[in-house]
Unconditional design. Structure first.
Length: 283
């Protein structure tokens, strides 16, 4: 299985049939992807960057990518973290450094809170960590609606969903340019599947109350936490989330990239790698 994402397989993690993949050898790293995506988003840059020094494990969260199952209350961070812990246990990962992007950072934080003995450190990429003004995009409410959601996801969105996902990816990279082959290499269009749209909408519409419920607990996290964010991120506010979190955690280091959006690890893989090295040295 090592060294080839094509060798991905399915495991049982807390009763959920989860698709996982592994690359390389060494100390363990676990990758948790964000919203509207699956583990493919780490393949263009993060996996090649780390696989020569670590055993890198990634998985598709419930309902996303090829993990079709959604356990009860899958929209809660408690269950998301429980599944992540199940992946750690099932694959025998030895206290991995957990890397989470955006929504995946929220899951990584909950994993460290609920299962502190399973995590050696965190690297958070533009993570959602705190309550924010306003709500979420209107289309997520339609997509998750129990009455009209199926019609919305399977019929009404079909003529323009590919364009919408491409536009969302452009916005995530902005003000940087979208790499020519990123959409294909990261498998971004898999998020257009109706089942993935519904799972994603359920997760994201539930996120704000979930974050509010856990944010007071962050001082409990004693492992080293590296935080990387872009000061031009319009998806997840760097000041509301990353900067405040760095000021709150007992053992944190933050790197704020100038003129960079929601994918700072893509904009500067070298600075991202330095944070991973710092967490490894401090754990």
């Amino acid at each position: 299985m090592d060294g080839d994402a094509g060798a991905a397989r399915f495991i049982d993690a807390e009763g959920v049939r989860v698709r996982v993949a592994q690359w390389g050898a060494g100390e363990d790293v676990l990758l948790i992807h964000g919203a509207s995506s699956d583990m493919g988003v780490f393949e263009p840059t993060v996996v090649p960057l780390l696989q020569n020094r670590f055993r890198v494990t990634a998985y598709d969260r419930p309902g996303m990518g090829s993990t079709a199952e959604r356990p009860p209350l899958a929209e809660t961070l408690e269950v998301q973290a429980k599944v992540a812990a199940g992946v750690i246990d099932r694959l025998g990962l030895n206290r991995p450094i957990v890397i989470g992007h955006s929504y995946g950072g929220s899951v990584a934080l909950r994993l460290a809170l609920d299962y502190p003995g399973k995590v050696a450190g965190l690297v958070l990429i533009a993570a959602v960590a705190y309550d924010w003004p306003g709500g979420v995009s209107w289309h997520l409410h339609w997509s998750s609606n129990p009455v009209v959601g199926t019609l919305f996801n399977q019929v009404l969105t079909r003529p323009f969903i590919d364009t919408a996902i491409r536009s969302g990816t452009l916005n995530a990279f902005s003000p940087s340019a979208l790499p020519v082959d990123y959409l294909v290499r990261a498998g971004v269009m898999r998020a257009a599947r109706p089942s993935a749209m519904r799972a994603n909408s359920l997760d994201v519409t539930a996120l704000k109350p979930e974050i509010i419920a856990q944010q007071a607990r962050y001082p409990e996290i004693r492992v080293p936490v590296g935080i990387i964010t872009g000061d031009s991120d319009t998806v997840v506010s760097p000041m509301i989330h990353s900067v405040k979190l760095a000021q709150t955690l007992p053992k944190a280091r933050i790197d704020v990239l100038h003129g960079v959006g929601h994918l700072p690890h893509e904009a500067s893989p070298e600075r991202f790698a330095k944070l991973v090295d710092w967490v490894q040295s401090e754990k």
